[in-house]
Ligand binder design. Structure first.
Ligand code: KG4
Ligand code: ZN
Length: 335
């Protein structure tokens, strides 16, 4: 079969990214312009600011990506973009850039759901096997997705309130850590011990999650220490929060693995970069589920990037999924 080369654009949050991907699993070029330094000043992503920086960066990023691959737009087979979910103003910039390129160069236009990108980032490691269970853990989503076949997504569990990445970032704020809290908590937890007792979240439905109570529990524990004139160890609080959050998360994955026949577990999203979560998956899968294959994506492809959008777009391209020029960005979007 002829090679399929896709130029993909991702701009759903605070990363302006472009990549050129061959056959869904070979990265010819991959560029990410992070805005994190700017948003850190505000303690979180400011949507208006994110949109403005996307406008400033997008053409440069596309140009640099083409240069890195030593290619022209004429040489690519299709243009892909993240349609949603995400920040609407940010998404619009990527959608418009993709439409413009597709129109000017007469290329097929492929809409991609951001979370499918996170799942297909695993295709850079090895071939996906179906039925597959994807654990999506990002700043905006915490979901268990069952895929019976390629590009077939069934959400079997999701968070009822905050996403796990959001909880990491909110706890980071409570502990006065710079935004985003996730990577900082990951690092500090290594130097601490889980000595603070935090209640495990309780959710009736077996495969759903809840993380907002955990953030409140951390705040209450800190206030209690203050009242008792006891010193707070940030490292120990990070270790305590992380242990509680990840044990709860893994329990849900176990329920899913015990109740659905799957051949593979894949990890997806920004929190998949968490060193302790990666360790848990590695150890538990080897000891408790030796017959189920698993993939942990490379660190670089856990957080937002355009290569993963190119990987997902390749499958969409083969399935004949195309966008017309009247397509718009969607802040919320089902699979
Ligand atoms: O997937 P992503 O880049 O953006 C969304 O689509 O949301 O995920 C960003 C999230 C943030 O909440 C960030 O704090 C979290 O991923 N994150 C981490 C780590 N690295 C990023 N959380 C815990 N440990 C990490 N090492
Ligand atoms: Zn993401």
């Amino acid at each position: 079969m002829k090679d399929v080369i896709i130029l993909a654009i991702e701009s759903s949050c605070d990363e302006t990214a472009c990549a050129i991907v061959k056959n869904g699993n070979e990265i010819l070029a991959d560029k990410v312009a992070s805005q994190i330094d700017v948003h850190t000043l505000y303690g979180g992503v400011v949507p208006e600011v994110a949109s403005r920086i996307h406008i400033e960066n997008i053409s440069i990023i596309i140009k640099e990506t083409l240069k890195e691959a030593d290619m022209t737009v004429e040489e690519v087979d299709a243009i892909a973009f993240t349609q949603g979910p995400g920040l609407i103003g940010s998404l619009h910039i990527g959608v418009l850039a993709a439409k413009t390129l597709a129109w000017a160069y007469n290329k097929p236009l492929i809409p991609v759901h951001h979370l499918t990108g996170h799942i297909y980032a695993n295709a850079f490691v090895k071939e996906l096997k179906f039925p597959l269970l994807a654990l999506i853990v990002s700043g905006g989503h915490t979901e268990l997705v069952l895929m019976k076949e390629d590009y077939d997504f069934e959400v079997i569990g999701e968070t009822l309130d905050d996403a796990i990445g959001e909880a990491y970032d909110k706890v980071g704020r409570v502990l006065n850590l710079p935004y985003p809290g996730g990577p900082k908590i990951d690092k500090l937890a290594k130097e601490g011990k889980p000595i603070y007792k935090l209640p495990t979240p309780k959710v009736e439905s077996p495969l759903d999650f809840s993380f907002s109570g955990l953030k409140s529990a951390v705040m209450q524990a800190i206030n209690r220490l203050k009242r008792n004139n006891e010193e707070l160890s940030i490292e120990d609080m990070c270790a305590s929060f992380q242990k509680t959050a990840l044990s709860f998360l893994w329990k849900k994955v176990e329920i899913a693995l015990d109740n659905y026949e799957v051949k593979q577990l894949v990890l997806a999203g920004g929190v998949a970069a968490n060193s302790q979560l990666r360790k848990i998956v590695e150890e538990k899968m080897k000891t408790d589920y030796p017959d189920i294959d698993y993939i942990i994506p490379p660190l670089k492809y856990c957080t937002d990037n355009a290569a993963m959008i190119g990987a997902s777009a390749y499958i969409a391209y083969k399935k004949g999924i195309r966008a017309t020029y009247d397509i718009g960005a969607k802040a919320t979007l089902d699979f």
